[in-house]
Design a protein around this ligand. Sequence first.
Ligand code: L34
Length: 244
Amino acid sequence: MGDNPASQVYVRNKIKACADTSIQSFEYRLPAQTTEAELLALIDRLNRDDSVDGILVQLPVPRHISEARIIAAIAPEKDADGFHPINVGNLVVGRPGFLPCTPYGVMKMIDSTGYDLTGKRAVVVGRSNIVGKPQALLLLRRNATVTVAHSRTENLAEVTREADVLIAAVGRAKLIKADMIKPGALVIDVGMNRDENGKLCGDVDTAAAMEVAGWISPVPGGVGPMTIAMLLTNTVEAVERRLA
Ligand code: L34
């Protein structure tokens, strides 16, 4: 909905990823002044459409739309983003459900290194509903000792320096400097910002951090593409559940 330039890039990348994997996708570009009732009517139609297995409303939505009402209107079994309260609840109590794509992708990235999280100190910087909070739950599920830090945390550097695994998801360009990273740490950069030259960059000062970290994920080409991969994974999972 609307004309958020970043959303347009992300949605285009999602549509391309669907095409590349033979998942049929349908794009509805709604003008910013579309009413909530109109958006809810479209979601209701897609909920009942048997040719649709996964639905997402790209966020952010304009201010006159209630994000919570929109998310709750999506059928939980088609909730490819894992944002519906039913899926959030299942995540909290550790029952099967759709996992939110970004933290799910981060877990896949950690697993790809062979890193064993059990007993390790994980610090998540950021507490959003779509990344920080679910990320903390997924790390906890894997027996990490989890700290959630955020913009109001005192002595942030002291907290991040304790992290064997550091997940940066605050949305502040290059906030995490090399001296905030424990030597050898596994660092995942969820940030998607523009630096002073308008260049895409993460929440980590990557060039400097590379000298300290054991592992570090790039921006672009890191968490963004993984988010999209997990969206496709959730969609295929929705099909499998429907056919089961
Ligand atoms: N409903 N809203 C909903 N679901 C989501 O999972 C998202 N998110 C976040 C924003 N709003 C959402 C995304 O799709 C962030 N996000 C996202 C998806 C893809 C990319 C980045 C963020 C991505 O493709 N990043 C590329 C570079 C993109 C560029 O050139 O600007 C990368 O290589 O990181």
